[in-house]
Design a protein around this ligand. Sequence first.
Ligand SMILES: O=C1O[C@H](COP(=O)(O)O)[C@@H](O)[C@H](O)[C@H]1O
Length: 265
Amino acid sequence: MKNLTSVKGKMEITKGKSKVHVFDADEALSDSLAKYTAAISEKFVRERGAFSVVLSGGYLIEYMKKLVEPPYVDSIDWTKWHVFWLDERVVPKDHADSNYKLAYDGFLSKVPIPPSQVYAIDDKLSAEGAADAYETCLKQAVKNKVVDLSASTGFPKFDLMLVGMGPDGHVASLFPGHPLLNEKERWVTFIKDSPKPPPQRITFTFPVINSSAYIALVIVGAKEAGPVHRALGNDSQSSDMLPIQMVSPEGETTWFLDKEAGSKL
Ligand SMILES: O=C1O[C@H](COP(=O)(O)O)[C@@H](O)[C@H](O)[C@H]1O
């Protein structure tokens, strides 16, 4: 591991294009994530008059809590935010498993993002139908210049993706060993046999994830330490790469880890 620095309550590591922050306290992690998100929002609003941001489900939303508190909540131009989902469960929007509901309850209901700029899936459709409809929605967002298009990959280039990880090393609804890891054409696809319930989901594909300008990986918990260590070690040659190891964007990756998730670094 290269370039290790340590300040009170936080360790910082630089590895290639990646910055890794390991926090002793959840409050510090949440505050740092809010500061980082606010700075990237400010940059894109200034440069292109819009900010396209992608949310995951899981514990990410809990760690976004400082963003809806002063000083960040008052400094961000929420009217320029366009919110998308990295993956979504094929359930009604008011269902306990819905990533939309999780984000609405913990984040969206607390900030003045115009509802027309919140791009939830159509929960009346099948998994196939919802993936097709969400891909069409992304194509329209690219056409309207809400989302950039990567000149090098031809896939949408989101300004920021906020990405969580499960203890098995999955990101989005892309699970270890699943054929969807190799999808190279689609922007959005579907899964009907998710090993983590609920089984039916839609998900962004790796070409879209890896076209992002910025990715924040927000990972907490002792069970996550093994996959984090594999991803940040020198294991990129093994044939059974974990999904987290396949996150390799055009832009910058910043890791926000708690001390348990970073315990093997
Ligand atoms: O099922 C999902 O899992 C991952 C990780 O979730 P967590 O509960 O371990 O934080 C999440 O990022 C994804 O959006 C979600 O659908």
